[in-house]
Design a protein around this ligand. Structure first.
Ligand code: HEM
Length: 249
């Protein structure tokens, strides 16, 4: 499936560049990269390749979508981002939330992810229940990410997003970070996963399932051993995620 990116005006392009700078300032100042990556994922990850519904089209700002159980805490991201969005009325929320995700990865030392503007906001939030459930195993991950049109390799690479941030009891029922440096984007998620349970760190059932699946496990081992390989596959998978349903030829 090829991508045919829309042309946006010079004014729009300039706003994207300026907004990127403002996002760097906000994310560095508030140490909120993890939440910004999570909103980008939850915004895009509702895409359903068959019905072409859901996806990164700005609907996550609506109260109806924020009320989905899996989006607990995402309202904080929407609120933190709003003062910046107000400075760039020309930008679509659809682009803006994906730009925040790309900047979050960049500013914490992760790979550069190309950003193509031109996603337009859609009025209709997707139905609840399209995002992954942390208590489930590899069949569920394949089912959920398969609906997005993403591959086994994408699942493992994107799971490495948990190198950032933590779980909050009051948001998800789980508590604790995956790595000792939750504000650094590196391959430590995979190293910790292979090390096993450790005092103070957490692994969700959906993380642990990567170790028992015969296709997922070799990728975990590869990414733990080779950060460059992880960064390359992560950047590719994140780009796909951020462009689900966008500019499909
Ligand atoms: C593979 C299936 C996934 C499951 C089951 C899952 C589940 C979860 C859960 C339960 C939390 C904790 C929320 C909280 O309590 O605050 C969380 C946080 C997070 N997730 Fe995922 N997630 C998955 C995939 C991803 C992907 C693909 C990304 C991005 C590439 C991602 C990025 C994050 C980040 C950055 C946080 C930390 C947020 C914070 O610190 O506030 N997750 N995830």
């Amino acid at each position: 499936m090829g991508k045919s990116y829309p042309t946006v005006s010079e004014e729009y392009k300039k706003a994207v560049e300026k907004c990127k700078k403002k996002l760097r300032g906000l994310i560095a100042g508030k140490n909120c990269a993890p939440l910004m990556l999570r909103i980008a994922f939850h915004s895009a990850g509702t895409y359903d390749v068959k019905t072409k519904t859901g996806g990164p089209f700005g609907t996550i700002k609506h109260a109806a979508e924020l009320a989905h159980g899996e989006n607990n805490g995402i309202d904080i991201a929407v609120r933190l981002l709003e003062p910046i969005k107000e400075q760039f009325p020309i930008l679509f929320y659809a682009d803006f939330y994906q730009l925040a995700g790309v900047v979050a990865v960049e500013i914490t030392g992760g790979p550069e992810i190309p950003f193509h503007p031109g996603r337009e906001d859609k009025p209709e939030p997707p139905p609840e229940g399209r995002l992954p459930d942390a208590t489930k195993g590899s069949d569920h991950l394949r089912d959920v990410f398969g609906h997005m049109g993403l591959s086994d390799q994408d699942i493992v690479a994107l799971s490495g997003g948990h190198t950032l941030g933590r779980c909050h009891k009051e948001r998800s029922g789980f508590e604790g970070p995956w790595t000792v440096n939750p504000l650094i984007f590196d391959n430590s998620y995979f190293k910790e996963l292979l090390t096993g349970d450790k005092e103070g760190l957490l692994q969700l059932p959906s993380d642990k399932t990567l170790l028992t699946d015969p296709v997922f496990r070799p990728l975990v081992e590869k990414y733990a051993a080779d950060e460059d390989a992880f960064f390359a596959d992560y950047a590719e998978a994140h780009l796909k995620l951020s462009e689900l349903g966008f500019a499909d030829a």
